[in-house]
Write a protein that binds this ligand. Structure first.
Ligand code: E4P
Length: 216
């Protein structure tokens, strides 16, 4: 499973890239707003840091406007993938963008019906928002499982990009369910590498090494 960072923060992206395990980045208007930066500049900076897809979202609500924005966004850098919301106008835009070979990430997906439509429209990535479903008492990971089953049953090319992941256990479930990609906030990324037994084990090894290091 590939791992994307879900952030527009350059320090977080640099730190992730240094670890060598960032396959891409997803942004959204809320993540960009947190950074108080110029959208275009930030997207290009991220693209230059990351060797992989970088999602940047359209804000138009009609297909014509989305397509126009998508053409502009995708012209900024070859890594850009255009995020388009899962609404009827978004599906129309995705279909047109596919014909122009512009990669899309269909975002704000909350049901397997939406996921099938996004795939049929030709989205490259489809993003189920798991945490937001959990927030309202639904089953976010259940949606990932349904998408995997449906995409496999019908031979859909779209990639399942598990999104709105809130903790390391979400990532574990996403990989066991066969998500193609998980996009995670840096905080979750950091949780994934931590295990108390690793820290305890390391401390013990170093203490024992102190006892013998002068003998070698
Ligand atoms: C994904 O592409 C979205 O940017 C993101 O995962 C949304 O997460 P949130 O529900 O925590 O805002």
């Amino acid at each position: 499973m590939k791992l994307f960072l879900d952030t527009a923060n350059l320090d977080e992206i640099r730190a992730g890239v240094e670890l060598g395990i960032v396959d891409g980045v997803t942004t959204n208007p809320s993540l960009v707003a947190k950074e108080q930066c110029k959208f275009k500049d930030r997207v290009i900076e991220i693209c230059e840091l990351v060797q992989g897809p970088v999602s940047a979202e359209v804000t138009a609500l009609e297909a014509d406007g989305m397509v126009e924005q998508a053409r502009e966004l995708s012209g900024w850098h070859p890594h850009v993938v255009v995020k388009v919301p899962c609404i009827p106008e978004g599906l129309k835009a995705i279909k047109r963008l596919k014909a122009e070979e512009i990669r899309t990430n269909c975002t704000l997906v909350f049901s397997v019906n939406q996921a099938l439509l996004a795939a049929k429209a030709g989205a490259t990535f489809v993003s189920p928002f798991c945490g937001r479903l959990d927030d309202i008492g639904h089953d976010g990971m259940g949606l990932v499982a349904e998408m995997r089953e449906v995409y496999d049953n019908y031979g859909c090319d779209a990639l399942v990009l598990a999104a709105s992941l809130r903790h390391a256990s979400h990532v574990k479930q996403a990989m066991l369910l066969g998500a193609d990609i998980s996009t995670v906030p840096y905080k979750v990324f950091a949780q994934m590498v931590k295990h108390p037994l690793t820290d305890i084990g390391l401390k013990l090894f170093l203490a024992d090494w102190e006892k013998v290091k002068d003998l070698v």
